[in-house]
Design a protein around this ligand. Sequence first.
Ligand code: NA7
Length: 540
Amino acid sequence: MPHSKNISEDSFDIVIVGAGFAGMYMLYKLRSMGLNTRVYERGDGVGGTWYWNRYPGARCDLESMEYSYSFDNDLQQEWNWKEKYGTQPELLKYANHVADRFDLRRDIEFKTRLNSAQYNDVTGRLDLTTNRGSRATAAHLVLATGNLSTPQPPKIDGVADFNGRSFHTGNWPHVNVDFRKRRVGIIGTGSSAVQAIPEIAKQAAHLTVFQRTANFSIPAHHGPLESAEREAKKARYDVIRASANETPFGIAKFGSPTQSAWDVNGAERQKIYEEAWAIGGQALLFTFTDILTDRDANETAAEFVRERIREVVKDPAIAELLCPKDHPIGTKRLCLDSFYYETYNRDNVTLIDVKKMPISRITPSAVVVGDKSYEIDDLVLATGFDAMTGAARDINIVGEMGIRLSDRWAAGPQTYLGIMVASFPNMYLITGPQSPGVKSQMILSIEYHVEIIAKMIDKIRREGLRTVRAKPEAQAAWVEHNNLVANKTLYPTAASWYMGANIPGKARVFMPYVGGVKEYRAICGKVMTDNWRGFAFSNN
Ligand code: NA7
């Protein structure tokens, strides 16, 4: 691993945690400001999500021409996406290309996990320790730790005793996993499973899917990205990037809908849904203004999808099991698939409902549901992540006067704009809770936060200041606003990872900001022009 000449120093201007898309751009930006920056990355390569999630079929659910960096025009012009939705290998290759192109690796310490970060009330710096036993101090700490980066194995008796091969989708081996002639069991039917199941089913002797909650999935209509389309988009890249900022979720392709589901009659509605279905992906959620606010409007879209499931899946009982009925469509992350429902027509695939009768235990060779034992060779855990707060809470973070982040967030995360936490000076989050992050095109939101954080650090340096803090009253008002906005929508009605509902004992609080990217940028813009309203810059 190449190191900069600074590697042996233990005093940095800034330490960044994570070398995914957020950490890499933050490093690039701060280095361009001449700052002594170090990145700690627990993996031995860059790419974050795309470094860890190597399961078969892993790909982004947003189109690559949008889900990519915009900060450097040469970069976006020279890189040629091969497929409409980037596959994990292609996205990882892109991340590596960026690291090489901007010579980022020399400031990244791989296989290094930040264990603790303590604000020192005397020095005004952060004292840091790592899993390698090293110590450092930094004037600023940026958590670029990702929102879906703490894999959660299920809390099922015996899971650790399984004797065959066992994999979590979020921590997949770096070698090809061959499922041929194997009896495979997969637990979970979220986005990761929906992508992995069709691919594993193609190989395995038999695949048993243990489903607790059915999810809505929409065909991606995935395919190669023709060069004519790619070049046409590149020619308009500035327009595409700018218009993304004007949309609810930061996706240029999906602007704000203009009519209610009730502005049209049933036949017209059906036609609009069919057109969205043909486009694929998230299009269905952008058909009407009230899809995510009016339960009845939502139900028209949900039923449209259930009808498609019933058309595809030949066994009516299996089709019904696959039809989600316990949450409004879109209130859990909408899955994108390639032949997911078709997979249940295969002879080598069995769907087991573990809703009424949960998995009781895992033995060394089987998954046990009630009194029935499903013998398997391989176990795939597609059971998700401690989303949005897991990675930060895994680090022992202590702010002013000994305040622990894990205590502060015990009843749910509280941030100002998803960027800072009151009582934690000079510590910044990229796409933290209460920002659009996971409810937007992530890279766009990452770039925006990186630029804001860089401006804050620049101000401190230029003006000879020492610290910036989020004001507690500004944070409280922001959290309240966030909840107010969420409560006007259907989102909080679903037991989703947005709500922390997938982790037993985790506070149930709706975490992302869902007022939209355009609105969020307007608010942040106003904060900045209003002399950084809600932030306190000082000399102490
Ligand atoms: P998700 O979406 O959190 O899905 C996890 C799945 O695992 C979900 O179907 C869960 O069922 C299931 N699960 C978890 N624990 C159990 C137990 N104990 N028994 C049965 N089933 C269980 O994670 P993904 O990795 O698929 O996707 C995460 C995000 O990554 C996704 O939204 C994209 O943004 C990318 P449940 O719904 O809790 O009943």
